[in-house]
Design a protein around this ligand. Structure first.
Ligand code: UD1
Ligand code: UDP
Length: 356
């Protein structure tokens, strides 16, 4: 096989879809591995259906576990698979444990690999994703960057310029390709939301793992919900801790299960503001021109602040920042970061074909 793609967690799927499609159009032989890192219907299958992704050729079925347990299980499964398949190139996406595991296995088998979304840095090593980014980029043969700051980080770390390709953002390819399928009114009616509402999605360990953090977060979100109803699709990671903290007890907080890609982005598109700690959502709100309040001390995606609608906010400041966002007029046209034009998948495919 020429190209083997490794995916496994929710944010991988909208990044891989345009790359797989572009390679398919160019007649490249490819296979898709699902590590099984995410396995709930709503965290995985729904993306394959909605984004028209091919059925994975293999599902390693690793499931949840500590970082070491999960990463090791993915590595064990991938090593056996790659010894059998001997792909010419492995492709990994983003910054999840499935990304890191793919990188380590490929490097040790001396199989070249490409990293899609290389060079992003939060400079916060308390984030597990930052460790995954650093190690993956250190080992990658092809590094596909979504923004100029990412290129600069890689250059500063000594990555050979010939390996770095600034191609734009494949996750935004997926968003732009699906814009016409977003149906705000329909989803709003299904979840019984008024015309004006906000969306919140929170799952970072620093926000939801610890009871004290969850309590502070709950206070902040409730103060925001006093201003406008909030719909909150809850990632399984934080469900129990947030419930124990009373997050779902506010009359204006509407809790729902994780939503499908089209349902979620429909709600985001129609929202007055979004409250999040997600990486991808900072980018999607930027392109949709929806104000985004990111409950984190830092971001690896600074173009969403310099070009987009994103603001980093502390929990104590959330209510005031929501007030400002709700009271400010929207710019007529969102200013999107360079090359977030819907054609990143094609650029990545062209570089891969040159490499093969
Ligand atoms: C992972 C990524 C994170 C990404 C997020 C996207 C790592 C280190 N983290 O975090 O970067 O932002 O995915 O959603 O790779 N669970 C379920 N059902 C599932 C999957 C998970 O119930 O289908 C629960 C399990 O209790 C599990 C917990 O969620 O222990 C965490 O899952 P895990 O994949 O380890 O990390 P995420 O927090 O999802
Ligand atoms: N998303 C979704 N349903 C939800 C929440 C998020 O489809 O209920 C989408 C979101 O639009 C984006 C991706 O999932 O495309 C981001 O994944 P997530 O926030 O889990 O991960 P991160 O980007 O933080 O790594």
């Amino acid at each position: 096989v020429q190209v083997l793609h490794v995916t496994g967690a929710r944010p991988n799927f909208p990044k891989a879809a345009p790359v797989i499609r572009a390679l398919d159009r160019r007649g490249v032989e490819q296979r898709l591995v699902h590590t099984g890192q995410h396995y709930d219907e709503r965290m995985s299958d729904v993306f394959f259906r909605q984004l028209d992704l091919p059925e994975p050729d293999v599902n390693l079925g690793v499931g949840s576990g500590s970082h070491a347990v999960q990463t090791a299980a993915i590595m064990t499964g991938l090593e056996a698979l790659m010894l059998r398949e001997r792909p010419r190139l492995l492709v990994v996406y983003g910054d999840v444990n499935s990304t890191l595991a793919g990188a380590l296995v490929a490097a040790k088998l001396e199989i070249p690999f490409a990293h899609v979304e290389a060079g992003l840095r939060s400079f916060n090593r308390a984030m597990p994703e930052e460790i995954n980014r650093l190690v993956t980029d250190r080992l990658a043969d092809l590094l596909f960057a979504t923004s100029p700051d990412a290129v600069a980080h890689l250059a500063a770390e000594g990555v050979d310029a010939g390996r770095i390709h600034f191609v734009g953002n494949p996750m935004i390819d997926t968003l732009l390709a699906n814009l016409e399928r977003l149906d705000v009114a329909h989803v709003r009616a299904t979840v019984r939301l008024p015309e004006r509402y906000m969306v919140a999605t929170l799952h970072r360990p620093a926000n939801v793992d610890d009871a004290g953090d969850a309590a502070e977060l709950t206070k902040a979100v409730h103060a925001a919900a006093d201003q406008l109803p909030i719909v909150m699709p809850v990632h399984p990671r934080g469900r129990a801790t947030l419930a124990a903290a009373g997050m779902f007890d506010h009359p204006q907080v509407r809790v729902v299960n994780p939503l499908g890609y089209l349902e979620f982005l429909s709600l985001v598109r129609g929202a007055s503001a979004v409250i999040t700690d997600s990486g991808g959502v900072q980018e999607e709100t930027t392109v949709l021109g929806v104000p985004c309040l990111t409950l984190r001390p830092d971001t690896e995606r600074p173009v969403t602040i310099s070009h987009g609608t994103n603001r980093l906010v502390g929990r104590a400041d959330l209510a005031a920042e929501v007030r400002v966002a709700l009271d400010s007029p929207r710019p007529a046209e969102p200013v999107t970061p360079p090359l977030w034009d819907g054609r990143a998948g094609g650029r990545i495919a062209d570089v891969i074909i040159d490499f093969l």
